[in-house]
Design a protein around this ligand. Structure first.
Ligand SMILES: [Zn+2]
Length: 162
């Protein structure tokens, strides 16, 4: 009978095999090896599943990170735009205020000029009016009663003699 010395693939003990295709020393080692293979493949499957889950988780994290970055970027951009609009509004308000200030200043300047013009133009008129009044009073005082009465009657003057 052909016999060959071999080591059991499961327990590692030496035994004499009758066929070269035999791998185990006993039926029990064969069964255990079968269970172990099954368990190994289950383990491998579990590992593979876990690996896939991890990969999905990492992808999700990456997606979330990219999304949150995108949202943050948009928010930052919106904030910048808002700030720009606010600055423009503020600049417009200041510009209007400056314009109003300028208008007020111009108005004040014009009024002052007008007052000055009125004062300077009134002064000689007042003086002339006073002189004329004095002269006419003197004239009225010196004229004869008849002439005075005629002047009053004709309505040339409306003042009474002092
Ligand atoms: Zn064995």
């Amino acid at each position: 009978m052909f016999r060959i010395e071999d080591e059991c693939d499961y327990c590692g003990q030496s035994y004499y095999a009758e066929r070269s295709t035999k791998k185990y020393c006993s039926d029990s080692c064969k069964t255990m090896a079968c269970r172990k293979r099954k368990s190994d493949s289950e383990q491998a499957l579990l590992l593979l599943q876990k690996f896939k889950q991890d990969q999905e988780t990492h992808q999700r994290w990456l997606d979330e990170f990219i999304e949150s970055n995108r949202i943050e970027k948009i928010a930052r951009q919106e904030q910048l735009e808002q700030e720009m609009i606010e600055n423009q509004k503020q600049a417009e308000i200041e510009r209007q205020k400056r314009t109003e200030d300028n208008e007020q200043r111009e108005l004040r300047r014009l009024k002052k000029k007008q007052r000055e013009a009125e004062r300077s133009s009134n002064r000689p008129d007042d003086l002339i009016a006073k002189v004329i009044e004095n002269i006419s009073n003197q004239y009225l005082r010196n004229m004869s009663d008849n002439t005075y009465n005629e002047i009053i009657k004709d309505g040339l003057m409306d003042s009474k003699r002092e």
